[in-house]
Structure formats: C-alpha cells, structure tokens
Design a protein around this ligand. Structure first.
Ligand code: TA6
Length: 316
C-alpha cells in the first residue's frame, strides 16, 4: 500500500531537461496515471494492477472498458487489461488451482505500486515510462492463500512509449516446491466496428474452438467476427511475429509477444454480452475485440528459485 508519506510525487522537472513523464496518483491512491510529454497516457488500477485506459497523444482511447465496469475493487474489471494468474478459466482437474475462481486471483487482488522509471532521453519522441506493480504471498489475501498456499512474488510492469504499450510479468518461485501456473493478459482492444475487423498473423495456426465443443481446428485465412468467438490459438509463427488487427484494411493494432506462446481471441457477441451484468452498453461487443497474449495451454512449471518472464507489446 502506498501511503501518503511515500506517495511518489510527479517527476520533478529539472531546468534544461526536456519535459519528463508525469506520474500521479488519484482516487484515494487507488489509481496511478502516467502521461508522456506529447500527451500519451496510461491509467492503472492498483486493484488487479489492471490497465483501465491507454490513450494516444490525441486523447483517443485504445482500450475498451465497459460502462458498468467495477472500478472500486469489488470485482475484476470488465475491460482494459485484466491479468490472469495462476489459472486461465477454471481447472477442476488441476488440484493446485481447482479451488480458485475463474482466471485466478491476480485480477482481483490489491497490488502494491513498486515505483516508476523513465527513459533518460533528450528527445521527446524517445521518452517512455515504466510503472512496476507487486503481488506476493506476503501481500496476498489470507483466504486466497488458503486456496493456493505457494510462496511466490510477481512483478508486473506497464511500459508506455509514444508508439506502444507493453505489459510484462515476472513470476518468481520463492518457496521450496514447484509451482504450476498459467498466465494471460486479457486485453480488450477498442475498435470502431467489429464487422470491419480482420485478425491476421494466425493463419494455419491450430486452435481450440470453445464455442464448438472445444474442437481442435486450424485457422484458414484471416479471423473475422460475425458471432461469438472464443478461441485459444497456438500461433504457427513465433511470438515475435505480429498478430495484426485491421479495420477496413487499415492496421489498428499489432501485438508481439515474448515467451507467451498462446493467443486467445474473444468476442462475446449478443447473448454473452447480454448475460454479463457488468458488460455495458449491451451492444458494446461491436466496439471491442479481445486479443489475449498468454501461456494457457498446459502448465508452466516453476522450480524453487526459478523465475518466469512473459510480455506483450501492443502498437497502435
Ligand atoms: O478469454 C476468453 C474467456 O475465457 C471467455 O471464455 C470468457 O469467459 C472471458 O474470458 C471473460 O471471462 P470473465 O471471467 O472475465 O467473465
């Protein structure tokens, strides 16, 4: 918990230095916002370390956030970039995580703000800022700890540059027994019109179709959305090969990954949107697509003292 004594102030401006990123807390220290000199911004809720806003220098919002999203810590945020850990979905057959809620506990835990760092650059176009957040077995809610009694620490970093937004996770096993986990960045991208969207970069990739009895299929051509889509892809190309979202043929997002081998594509469409109380407006599915970088097929095994690192970079 960042108390007022240690509350970071806005980065001081030193005479002669070009304008620096501004980092400020708000909403009773429950949110931290970083703004670059040219105007790009990112806002993170300490609850879940959930990115709830990413705007370009013109103030255009790049992420979709439900009008009914709970931002008071009462439940996981519907929109932005919720963090999935240590389980994707639910895993009733996996003893270690079978008692955990859907998508695990990271997205509905209170994280600590660990600090900020910015690039040392004279050129405004090179200025970036990194915000670090922490969650560990020492800070985890006791009730959750009783369901998942492992000794661990996570550093989750959000990095904003004039060109992109990156999120990265480092999980360390601080205990004396192996930890099995899954992790995913559940990114809700904002689009103008889902009917004009194509997702490329997943051609010839195997995927599990969760809206067709979890059948194993292979992607042919671009992904288009004309109904509920819920697919777990194993991209045929490597993580550094971008998954690209185009709208009317124009690239609107490009996502590359580091050590996150899977990509989930999700759009709830009409019925699922209607069934989620915190999904508003109900036709909001027309303005969002989830492209989720993760490692969710099978389990990552972390031996004592080992660390896992995974990251995504979203360019707009
Ligand atoms: O990532 C897709 C998915 O697993 C869908 O199956 C759907 O459940 C979505 O996540 C949202 O899950 P949530 O627990 O946030 O309602």
């Amino acid at each position: 918990m960042v108390d007022r004594r240690n509350r970071p102030t806005a980065l001081a401006t030193t005479p002669g230095l070009p304008p620096q990123p501004q980092v400020n807390f708000s909403h009773e220290n429950s949110r931290v916002t970083a703004v670059l000199p040219a105007g790009e911004s990112v806002e993170v809720l300490l609850y879940g370390a959930t990115v709830i806003s990413w705007k370009n220098r013109f103030g255009i919002e790049k992420l979709w956030l439900s009008d009914a999203a709970k931002l008071d810590g009462s439940k996981a945020v519907r929109g932005g970039i919720p963090l999935v850990f240590p389980v994707f979905g639910t895993a009733p057959d996996h003893a270690a995580t079978s008692k955990l809620p859907q998508h695990g506990f990271a997205r509905n835990s209170r994280w600590e703000f660990l600090g900020k760092s910015s690039s040392e650059s004279a050129s405004p176009s090179d200025i970036s800022v990194k915000l670090d957040f922490g969650l560990s077995s020492a800070t985890l809610d006791d009730q959750v700890k009783s369901l998942w009694p492992y000794t661990f620490s996570i550093i989750y970093s959000v990095t904003l540059t004039p060109e992109n937004l990156s999120t990265s996770i480092v999980v360390t096993n601080d205990g004396n027994q192996p930890i099995e986990f899954q992790t995913l960045m559940h990114t809700y991208l904002r689009v103008e019109d889902i009917s004009k969207i194509q997702v490329t970069g997943l051609e010839e990739s195997d995927y599990v179709d969760k809206v067709d009895a979890a059948k194993e299929k292979k992607q042919s051509g671009a992904v288009t959305i004309a109904g509920e889509v819920d697919r777990v892809y194993s991209p045929a190309k490597g993580p550094s090969s971008p998954v690209v979202v185009t709208e009317d043929g124009e690239t609107v997002f490009s996502i590359v990954r580091d050590n996150l081998k899977d990509v989930v594509v999700w759009n709830p469409w009409t019925d699922k949107a209607a069934g989620m109380g915190d999904f508003e407006p109900k036709d909001g599915f027309k303005n969002m697509i989830c492209i989720e970088a993760g490692s969710v097929k099978g389990w990552i095994t972390l031996d004592p003292s080992d660390a896992f690192e995974g990251a995504q970079t979203i360019s707009d």
